[in-house]
Design a protein around this ligand. Structure first.
Ligand SMILES: Nc1ncnc2c1ncn2[C@@H]1O[C@H](COP(=O)(O)OP(=O)(O)OP(=O)(O)O)[C@@H](O)[C@H]1O
Ligand SMILES: O=P(O)(O)O[C@H]1[C@H](OP(=O)(O)O)[C@@H](OP(=O)(O)O)[C@@H](O)[C@@H](O)[C@@H]1OP(=O)(O)O
Ligand SMILES: [Mg+2]
Ligand SMILES: [Mg+2]
Length: 317
């Protein structure tokens, strides 16, 4: 018997509306998810964002990854008149993840120390005009090269995944504003991706940028190395770094997910975490994404369905 069978009244069905871009519908709404959810009393219903929500309901729950002002307004109006529909998640809270400075602020307030491990963020500074960056500000913060130049906006818009590895001050001349300069931390070429769906948590390993040696730093001058959508690149694991990497302790993963879920007020996100090669008890959060690619997880169908059942059966803790 499933965890929820005793909660669901005989014949009861739950309507969950989803409002996503066509590309996301294709990747997230796999037939296997639709089927699994259906067998567990959840009907996933596509929402047309250009038609009033009133005409498309009723909904027990709405999940979404659209953030045009018009969609936010429709959602807000619908919520006001349908307080029983759970909106996963409120647009004003999601928007904190659309900026690479505010995204990491919640992490800096967490006090996590489990099994000697700590969780923080890399040093970073926002510069408006990288061509004439405020070097004093950078040095005051103790920011050290190499750095990754990341676009401030992380809203899925054009260029929001286009990054640059910058090896020294001269390299900053190649950048365009506005940019977040984040210290590059050697981490053994493996990123841990913690997927959260309410109280459901799953951590997987992925290939990342390789370490940069002191030797390489001495020889590279004024160079920048552009890259984009690294998490979608090939999965080839040269040298077996990903396979060999030890996972972070499960209690650390669970506590980080729980604490961030509470601090951000969000249910659907993932967290990219690296482990400092020099200090392996030091974990660093480098990125948080709203409504990430859950379909890449093994058994994502029960993962998502159980989360939706948590919401509609109001079992979330
Ligand atoms: N501070 C850092 N130190 C070392 N490597 C980093 C750092 N920040 C990012 N990286 C590497 O660059 C990749 C891309 O960075 P980031 O995750 O910030 O970009 P993104 O475009 O938002 O990614 P996503 O596709 O997950 O949304 C990371 O997965 C990691 O491999
Ligand atoms: O492309 P996928 O569906 O796999 O998911 C990616 C998602 O793309 P989307 O645009 O389709 O939502 C990205 O969103 P935007 O920043 O572009 O908004 C971002 O969240 C990535 O981190 C996700 O990849 P993952 O972190 O899971 O590897
Ligand atoms: Mg990332
Ligand atoms: Mg991201």
């Amino acid at each position: 018997m499933s965890e929820f069978e005793s909660e669901i009244a005989e014949g009861e069905r739950y309507r969950v509306g989803y409002a996503l871009q066509p590309k996301k519908v294709k990747s997230f709404l796999q037939p296997s998810l639709l089927d699994y959810a259906k067998q567990h009393a959840i009907d996933l219903v596509q929402i047309d964002p250009s038609t009033p929500l009133e005409q498309q309901g009723p909904f027990h729950c709405i999940i979404h990854k659209l953030h045009t002002p018009q969609w936010n307004k429709h959602l807000q109006q619908f919520s006001a008149t349908h307080p029983d529909t759970a909106v996963i998640d409120p647009p004003d809270l999601v928007s904190r993840l659309h900026n690479r400075v505010s995204m990491l602020e919640a992490v800096t307030h967490l006090q996590i120390s489990i099994e000697n491990a700590t969780v923080g963020v890399p040093n970073q500074v926002f510069v408006n005009e990288p061509k004439a960056p405020d070097f004093d500000k950078i040095e005051e913060l103790g920011l050290r090269f190499p750095v990754i130049a990341k676009p401030l906006a992380a809203d899925g818009g054009d260029g929001s995944h286009e990054m640059c590895l910058v090896f020294d001050r001269d390299g900053l001349n190649a950048l365009t504003a506005p940019t977040v300069l984040q210290e590059f931390v050697n981490h053994g070429g493996v990123v841990f991706k913690i997927y959260v769906a309410g109280r459901r948590v799953n951590c997987v390993k992925r290939k990342s940028l390789g370490d940069i040696s002191e030797e390489r730093l001495r020889t590279i001058k004024g160079e920048v190395l552009p890259f984009s959508r690294l998490s979608n690149l090939g999965v080839e694991d040269e040298g077996g770094a990903v396979e060999k990497a030890e996972m972070p302790a499960q209690c650390l993963v669970d506590e980080l997910a729980r604490a961030l879920r509470e601090a951000l007020g969000l249910n659907l996100f993932n967290v990219d975490v690296i482990r400092d090669s020099k200090e392996p008890t030091r974990y660093l959060v480098i990125d948080i994404n709203y409504f990430p690619g859950y379909a890449k997880l093994p058994s994502y169908e029960p993962f998502i369905t159980d989360f939706l059942l948590d919401v509609v059966c109001t079992k979330a803790d």
